[in-house]
Design a protein around this ligand. Structure first.
Ligand code: N01
Length: 554
């Protein structure tokens, strides 16, 4: 069996059963599953210098997960679950990287991963039913299956600030933070962007910099993370009950084992009871405030407003200067319709003497100049600028990879009006191309490691099915894709989720077609649909150029 490291040298052409792109949570598990359980020859390409994916690149101070670590981790190996000890309730980026390195060692994954190697094109050759994959290191390999573990938030948004190149100080991006420690002591620092990344990095930089200026365009509804050291007693309890915890997590839309105490409607609740419920979830931290209180918060605008008003009051209570507090209060979109950040000391950071908030809605950012940031009001002189301006989410990583399917059709052309998939897993006209947590699957609104495991397991079962029947290709029918797109949109339109301008809809990228890119029917229901389709002989899919057996029989 060829090995990615030993046999595919620059310029060579190698043949594999599968090429996997990415060595984050998704690519690592895909390699393990396809190589070690299915017996395929697998080559993995990873643009970073080590495993980790998003946790390799986003190493800015304060970066940490916001789903509890005992949930935000693999479930496929109980041995792994039992041996790994999390030190905090929500692990920081260095600990998550240590965990993924441990996984790579334990399952001997590195030998099939080419690091520092970016895939620059993937072309389907119809006559041979193979994918040819080229990299920026001059590799050219062929494989029957192309599995994309490219992540949903891995293509940084490059903001089109006029004059960005003219800045004489240091420029940093949270999404590609330097490997060596950055020291902001005695510096005047500006942070642009107040999404999850900005909200994590701002309190950290404020503790070091002489002066921190935060440039905010849209305020966010951030609720407390509630981090702390992992209680050894709780860790023991988890390990003893991991099977049940994972089963409960998989039956929960967010992929966490929250109690089944969520009440149907915030509007039906007595106002005092509702306030107590919000207060309790606020104190518990994590996603409990959004996901474990009332089930109509993302469906009914009035219900949503009860939660939004509660958060606004909390912001006002935390920020001493009423003018600054009002600038931090969101009021132009419903709570949860932009991805809600979870915070540690974020709002209180604005009480510090060395922190200034600049409201870009009232004083727009005009340009970056040599000495700093110019708004309609003044020039802010800065030594360093930190861009926390987000990602070309969901579709960006795939579209930047130069994918071409049948008849040379580019994925970009195919998705020119927004992503079109069946199940978020496959695209018509792109046979044997699998996307892990692709657009129109639950992905980012579920617990990512579990979402990844669900998809990799489905892909692996599918490949096994094809191989057992000597079927060379699978792709969704155009009809099944049309149905899935319309089903996904129908569910999204029944919610409030499209009401904000966010990366969920592509609005954060100028010129990107607007489409809600996440399946909102819930992971348990979604998993059942995927399982039913597989059990029906891949209903809605075309096998070797013909409708699946199930479809022919009906
Ligand atoms: O990016 P974002 P992010 N001028 O798009 C502003 C995950 N994540 O990297 O809202 C001025 O949310 C933009 O303003 P606006 C998580 O899923 C998880 O912070 O467009 N400002 C916004 O404030 C998250 O949702 C964790 O008006 C500009 C910010 O930049 C996702 O990654 C931690 C601008 C971008 O916010 C993305 O988060 C970090 C411009 N031209 C990230 N362009 C965890 O905790 C953009 N902005 C697990």
């Amino acid at each position: 069996m060829p090995s990615a490291n030993s046999e595919v040298l620059a310029g060579d052409v190698g043949d594999f059963d599968a090429v996997v792109v990415g060595a984050g949570f998704a690519g690592l598990y895909a390699l393990h599953k396809l190589r070690d359980q299915l017996g395929l020859s697998v080559c993995v390409y990873e643009a970073g210098g080590e495993v980790g994916g998003t946790w390799y690149w986003n190493r800015y101070p304060g970066a940490r997960c916001d789903i509890e670590s005992y949930c935000y981790s693999y479930s496929f190996s109980d041995e792994l679950q039992q041996e790994w000890e999390w030190s905090e309730r929500f692990a920081g980026q260095p600990e998550i990287r240590r965990y993924l390195n441990h996984v790579a060692d334990k399952f001997d994954l590195r030998r099939d991963i080419q690091f520092d190697t970016r895939v620059i094109s993937a072309t389907y050759h119809e006559e041979r039913s193979v994918w040819e994959v080229c990299t920026d290191q001059d590799h050219r390999v062929r494989a029957q299956f192309l599995v994309c573990g490219t992540g949903n938030l891995s293509a940084p948004k490059v903001p089109d600030f006029h004059g960005l190149d003219s800045f004489a100080g240091q420029l940093y991006c949270t999404s590609s933070w330097p490997h060596q420690e950055v020291d902001f002591t005695d510096q005047r620092v500006g942070v642009i962007g107040t999404g999850s990344s900005g909200i994590q990095v701002i309190p950290e930089i404020a503790q070091q910099a002489a002066q921190l200026t935060v440039f905010q365009r849209t305020p966010n509804y951030a609720t407390p993370l509630g981090n702390g050291a992992m209680d050894p007693e709780f860790q023991r309890y988890i390990k003893q009950n991991y099977g049940t915890i994972r089963a409960r997590s998989r039956m929960n839309n967010t992929g966490v084992p929250y109690d089944e105490r969520v009440q149907p409607s915030a509007l039906d609740a007595d106002p005092d009871d509702r306030r107590r419920t919000y207060e309790a979830r606020w104190t518990e931290g994590g996603f409990r405030f959004l996901k474990d209180a009332y089930s109509d918060l993302l469906i009914d605008k009035d219900a949503n407003e009860t939660a939004a008003a509660f958060i606004r009051d909390k912001i006002r209570q935390q920020v001493q200067d009423p003018k600054v507090a009002e600038q931090l209060v969101p009021d132009t979109y419903p709570y949860g319709t932009k991805r809600p950040p979870l915070e540690t000391n974020y709002y209180r950071t604005f009480n510090r003497d060395n922190v200034t908030l600049v409201d870009l809605r009232s004083t727009p950012l005009l340009r970056i100049v040599e000495s700093g940031v110019e708004t309609s009001e003044t020039v802010y002189e800065l030594d360093s600028i930190v861009l926390a301006t987000g990602f070309d989410a969901m579709t960006g990583p795939l579209l930047r990879m130069g994918v071409r399917g049948r008849s040379g059709l580019s994925l970009g052309r195919c998705w020119e009006n927004g992503p079109r998939t069946n199940l978020g897993l496959m695209v018509d006209g792109f046979p044997n191309l699998f996307v892990i947590t692709g657009p129109q699957s639950p992905s980012v609104l579920y617990n990512m490691p579990l979402a990844i495991e669900d998809h990799v397991d489905w892909i692996s079962d599918c490949i096994r099915y094809l191989r057992e029947r000597s079927v060379k290709t699978i792709e969704p029918s155009a009809e099944s894709v049309a149905e899935w797109v319309s089903h996904t949109n129908e569910i999204a339109n029944a919610t409030l989720m499209s009401m904000a301008h966010s990366w969920y809809t592509g609005d954060n990228i100028p010129g990107k077609p607007r489409a809600f890119m996440v399946y909102l029917g819930g992971a348990p229901r979604y998993r059942q649909i995927c399982d039913d389709i597989a059990a029906a002989g891949y209903r809605g899919f075309i096998l070797d150029g013909a409708a699946s057996a199930a479809e022919r029989d009906t």
